[in-house]
Design a protein around this ligand. Structure first.
Ligand code: TRP
Ligand code: SF4
Length: 322
């Protein structure tokens, strides 16, 4: 099957990305033809005025993917803005997509309801899912791994495809299917959404000391004062991390020990941090061993491969319309 997915280059990857996206990609690349790309045009839709250095961020992102084990020999790791055909197909799709479909998109409604975006209601954000549709269908993707929040975008993609087929009496595109992440979203150490702006994320290039300092501050069961108090792991953020990163036997043991008051939170956190270190340290080391020229080389090769497929598709599309 052909798999296509993109990620916006907005900064360093954290454990939430690893669990929610990268682990999925790692599995998919073993048995499928995968195209993973840096959605740098999409990053502009909200961040056009933040002076981001998108070229550097893109190289950095691909480097992190590879450090995590995404294999450029197996998967095509390209950059969206290098493939102009995405923009061409986006233009065509914009012509046929009713505004009302875009205005009812929950992601859009959500963003424009936030006060800081009221004055920034740009056309590119409204048409974000139209570009996403082009990204996907230009490669005849069968499967698109995404988070729950992106589901409406995939529905819209299928609607746009069907609409195009109806208008032009053709069946040129595949209707893509989403593949939703199985893992629940990992909270930040304070229990809120993991995000750079809350300073509650653990990054994939953290040192063991940085990991410990974050876990040390993580929220535990607030009812538990002394280490002999029975605790409730279900309300503890550290336990969420254990469930995500410790093996099942250890999770079971921690759960019992917490509920019977036979483990202290400090010890529990130390074990949690150690297990996270086991996952992060090879990623951190691999990242440090990769140099930018090497990554640029990988991207250029991948761009070429993606461009060939996309331009062929675009020629067929143009033949139908013009
Ligand atoms: N919108 C996606 C996100 O924010 C990123 C993205 C852009 C994407 N184009 C895509 C994902 C195509 C899957 C397929 O996560
Ligand atoms: Fe959380 Fe562990 Fe403390 Fe229980 S012992 S409250 S699971 S940190």
């Amino acid at each position: 099957m052909r798999v296509v997915s993109g990620m916006r280059p907005t900064g360093k990857l954290h454990l939430g990305h690893y669990l929610g996206v990268i682990k999925n990609w790692l599995e998919l690349q073993e048995k499928n033809e995968c195209f993973f790309f840096v959605a740098d045009w999409h990053a502009l839709s909200t961040k056009y005025d933040e002076g981001l250095s998108l070229k550097d961020l893109s190289v950095e992102l691909v480097k992190e993917w590879i450090a995590c084990g995404i294999n450029p020999e197996k998967s095509t790791l390209f950059v969206q803005s290098a493939i102009k055909e995405h923009a061409e197909l986006y233009l065509i799709f914009n012509m046929i997509t009713p505004l009302s479909w875009l205005e009812r998109n929950p992601t859009y409604k959500d963003l424009v309801s936030q006060p800081e975006y009221k004055k920034k209601n740009n056309a590119g954000f409204l048409t974000y899912p139209v570009l996403q549709t082009a990204d996907i269908v230009i490669y005849d993707a069968d499967i698109v791994p995404i988070g729950e929040d992106q589901k409406p975008h995939l529905e819209l993609a299928r609607e746009i495809v069907r609409h195009f087929h109806f208008i032009y009496k053709t069946e040129i595109f595949k209707e893509p299917k989403e593949l939703l992440t199985k893992t629940p979203r990992l909270p930040g150490i304070d229990g809120r959404k993991m995000s750079k702006s809350y300073n509650n994320a653990i990054y994939l290039d953290s040192s063991d000391e940085e990991i410990w300092q974050k876990i040390r501050l993580a929220k535990t069961d607030p009812q538990r004062i002394r280490k002999t108090d029975p605790g409730n792991p279900e309300v503890c953020i550290v336990f969420e991390y254990h469930k995500a990163f410790s093996d099942v036997n250890e999770v079971e043991e921690i759960k019992n020990a917490c509920m019977t008051g036979s483990i202290g939170c400090v010890e529990c956190k130390k074990r949690c941090a150690a297990n996270i270190s086991k996952i992060i340290s090879p990623i951190r080391e691999k990242k440090a061993s990769l140099n930018n020229d090497e990554i640029l080389d990988i991207i250029n090769k991948a761009n070429k491969k993606a461009r060939e497929i996309a331009s062929k598709k675009m020629q067929e599309v143009n033949k139908i319309i013009f």
